[in-house]
Design a binder for this molecule. Sequence first.
Ligand SMILES: [Zn+2]
Length: 170
Amino acid sequence: MKKIEYTIVKSNIKHTYIQIKNGEVIVKAPKKMSNKNIKEIVEKQRSWIDKKLKEEKKMQLELITPITQEETQYLKKIVEKSIEKYSKNIGEKPNKVTIKKMKYAWGSCTSKRNIAINIMLAKKPKELIEYVVLHEICHLKYMNHSKNFWNLVNENMENYKEYRKRLKMV
Ligand SMILES: [Zn+2]
């Protein structure tokens, strides 16, 4: 098996944490913990670490690949159509819809009823874009992730759980 490279940072903490940052594995451990012990913990988390490293790489790659005008048009069209469709079905209309660069989410919805859609969705298939739009429109009705919220999502999209997984969003 491949050796896992990691940096150990010891401090006055009670538990051990593993962090992945810019392709680096950082292990934060209590002062008195031995390096052998730390190694064991890291080995146990091997599959999680590999997965996280891969995810991070993919995300970075996506961020540096420019979005073409065609892709932007494709996204705009799907967003417009799904806003229309789901606003009608749910009976809630957003004030404003913006497509923009977002670092930490695929979409957002403010209390002022403004919806923002992440431009990176331009590289995703139609169903995932529709899911993000639906998700944000449902927030116009429920500003939380309550049971009612998910029920409403489910009523409008049977496969939403699969899409959610593919996007890794809440
Ligand atoms: Zn949400």
